[in-house]
Design a protein around this ligand. Structure first.
Ligand SMILES: [Mg+2]
Length: 100
């Protein structure tokens, strides 16, 4: 995760990007890229969307993650730790049903 973030930051730095990459702008960008991902599924089934252009879906998913990693960096969030903590919280909130 840290290596990926550094790679993204270097990519931006090499191009003179990132000056306006504050938390608000990055959070907006996560949402915008998620919408671009959703667009591929609009009006068609999952199967049709994947068959039509899986590569585009892959790239939009990557865009979401690229912005999320930058947001985590700006907010000093350890995403791996955050996910593990959230799963623990969710496990309490949504216990495994006993009737399964
Ligand atoms: Mg995109």
């Amino acid at each position: 995760m840290k290596e990926l973030t550094e790679e993204i930051l270097k990519f931006n730095e090499d191009r003179g990007w990132g000056g306006n990459h504050d938390a608000r702008s990055l959070a907006i960008s996560v949402s915008l890229e998620a919408s671009e991902l959703l667009e591929h599924f609009q009006w068609i089934s999952s199967e049709e969307a994947i068959q039509k252009d899986k590569q585009a879906i892959v790239e939009e998913a990557a865009d979401v993650f690229i912005y999320l990693l930058q947001l985590a960096n700006v907010l000093d969030i350890d995403l791996k730790e955050a996910v593990q903590q959230k799963l623990k919280k969710n496990a309490v909130k949504y216990p495994i049903p006993t009737n399964l």
